[in-house]
Write a protein that binds this ligand. Sequence first.
Ligand SMILES: [Ca+2]
Ligand SMILES: [Ca+2]
Ligand SMILES: [Zn+2]
Length: 244
Amino acid sequence: MASWILVPCLVKLRSEFNAIAPERDKSSDGSVGDAAHQDSQSDHNPDETGNVPIRDADKVNEVHALDVDVDLRVPGLNMENVVQFLLARCRSGAENRLRYIIYNRRIWSASSEWRQQTYTGRNAHDHHAHFSASYASGREADTRSWELEDIPMPLTDADLTKLRTVIKEEVDKRIDALERSLPVVPSQDEIAEATLRKFRSSPTTGMSDTGANLIVSQATAAMKAGKAIKPYPVNEGKSLGELE
Ligand SMILES: [Ca+2]
Ligand SMILES: [Ca+2]
Ligand SMILES: [Zn+2]
């Protein structure tokens, strides 16, 4: 067979399958047509030398179809997920590099607005999914991402463990910050001590230290000035500590 290449956009698609499913079974993979394909018209045949439905603008001998084994060996991910994901992108207009997809007795094609139709071909395509690419030069060569990494997948146990760790770290951080921002609440002992300190340093409270000092200093000043200190009758004969 003459030398050929798989169109770059499908090389990219295959490499993204390998990226999201590194352990996938490749035994039903395929690109270039085998003897059976060569006899009939197929996108698997090299387009300059083989039997293909479309003659393209260049002279590059290209294969425009990729078969991908359905066994992706990723828990929670199957070929149906990938096919439906790509179909949604084709229908939304986000993707324009495919002509049709065949998978599990169904075919969806650009020419039918990606509506699902029953596929009645001899091969049910239940061991591989078939992706046919556009023959337009710009689309064949377009190797931007197929975004397969964005396919929604259930969380694995490892994902959950990682999530728990991240959430716990974040919650701890928030609690620390909250604690730092809260006013300090004094303890019972600190309140009692502060009350006593206030009591003892007040000039007017009962027998506070300050009150007693004030009386002593006033008495001393009076004695120095030679003024007589006349006690209230009720305090007659009492010491300073016993004053009322
Ligand atoms: Ca070509
Ligand atoms: Ca081409
Ligand atoms: Zn195929």
